[in-house]
Design a protein around this ligand. Structure first.
Ligand code: SAH
Length: 347
């Protein structure tokens, strides 16, 4: 299966020219794909061309919203998308005052196997193609009544299942597609890429000139603790991750975010806050404290909200800014770390 949604406007033009079509057809096709139409639904492109595309193995995104779950608490929507090969992935739409953010998956499963996260419970199944990552944005925008002129998705975070930098080529292509002016036209400033800290890939990413907001999943201030909960730390330690964040700031002047999920009795001691403050003070960053969301199979519990605020106050005393993130979509298992296409596994 070949995805039209993976092609840039220029590449769509080349494809149309190779089919002996006029160049303007390319734009019609490109826009229709981004409006969320499958090939058979596109009305302004002739039947012969559509047949040819189908015969050559093309689909638009090849995806469908298989199911959606609406939070009664805060309007968050969790999507279960079915892919052209039958695999399933999840995405989450969150409503904020400034607009809607879609949290997208970058892989089917994940191979990082963090001790608290549901995405890696069954390892990595496969990488998503660029057009499948974009497909989540396209379908969620259409679902919410948006089109290309009136976008209902204004922000995107790469914080669903998968490690973005472990699917490098597709993620970079996705970011460029998302940013194309005639397409979704979402500015890099409105995109956050979250990584567990694959530093070699990140250094390469710094050269791409894609100034998204970078979010580093730190979750500990000491290697001894981080290695226990994040296997990746054996290769790239706490100081490597902080060093990479500093290089990113130097280059882009964009403030970076560190994610820190508070796990009861694991990384929430006063000493952890003190060491973290020591390492981050004076660096323009923000620590996003998240009370760990409970994942049944993982058996770790979150710190109480009261202790999360205490941890935040300790960081503040140490000269480091932090926020305690509110949980969204708690009633639909749409919160951080809970995505895993549960529906499919339990069938
Ligand atoms: N692979 C990327 C994206 C992961 S999801 C990364 O590691 O950054 C986004 C965030 O949710 C990460 O910081 C991840 O560590 C965190 N997370 C995973 N499981 C969680 C859980 N059960 N509770 C709270 N946060 C969790």
């Amino acid at each position: 299966m070949k995805l039209l949604s993976s092609l840039t406007l220029d590449e769509t033009r080349e494809l149309m020219l190779s089919y002996g079509e006029k160049a303007f057809r390319a734009e019609q096709l490109y826009l229709a794909v981004r409006q969320g139409k499958e090939i058979e639904e596109i009305s302004n492109v002739g039947a012969a061309l559509k047949e040819k595309l189908v015969r050559d193995g093309y689909v638009a995104t090849g995806m469908k919203i298989y199911k959606h779950f609406d939070s009664a608490i805060d309007g968050t929507v969790k999507f279960l998308f079915s892919l052209s090969d039958g695999d399933m992935i999840e995405g989450v739409l969150m409503r904020y005052k400034y607009g809607n953010t879609l949290c997208v998956s970058t892989q089917v499963g994940c191979r990082m196997n963090c001790a608290f996260c549901a995405s890696g419970l069954n390892g990595l199944k496969r990488n998503l193609e660029a057009g499948e990552i974009l497909g989540q944005v396209i379908l969620a925008n259409r679902f919410d009544g948006g089109d290309l002129k009136n976008r209902k998705i204004t922000n995107v975070v790469l914080m669903g299942s998968g490690e973005p930098l472990d699917n490098y080529e597709n993620v970079v292509r996705f970011l460029r597609l998302l940013n194309e002016e005639k397409g979704l036209n979402i500015s890099y400033r409105n995109v956050s890429l979250s990584t567990c800290g694959l530093i070699d890939a990140f250094d390469r990413f710094m050269e791409e000139d894609i100034p998204v907001t970078m979010t580093f999943s730190l979750h500990a201030s000491r290697d001894e603790v981080r290695s226990r909960i994040m296997p990746v730390n054996k290769k790239y330690g706490v100081d490597d991750v902080i060093g990479a964040a500093k290089r990113y700031f130097e280059k882009t002047k964009r403030r970076v975010v560190f994610e820190y999920s508070l796990i009861k009795g694991v990384n929430d001691a006063e000493e952890d806050a003190a060491i973290l403050s020591e390492k981050l003070k004076g660096f323009p960053c923000i620590v996003n404290l998240i009370v760990l969301n409970y994942v049944k199979e993982r058996g770790l519990s979150g710190t109480s909200r009261k202790d999360a605020y205490r941890f935040s106050a300790l960081l503040s005393k140490g000269g480091v800014e932090s926020t305690v993130r509110r949980t969204m979509g708690a009633d639909i298992e749409g919160a951080c770390g809970q995505l895993r296409a549960k529906y499919v596994q339990e069938k």
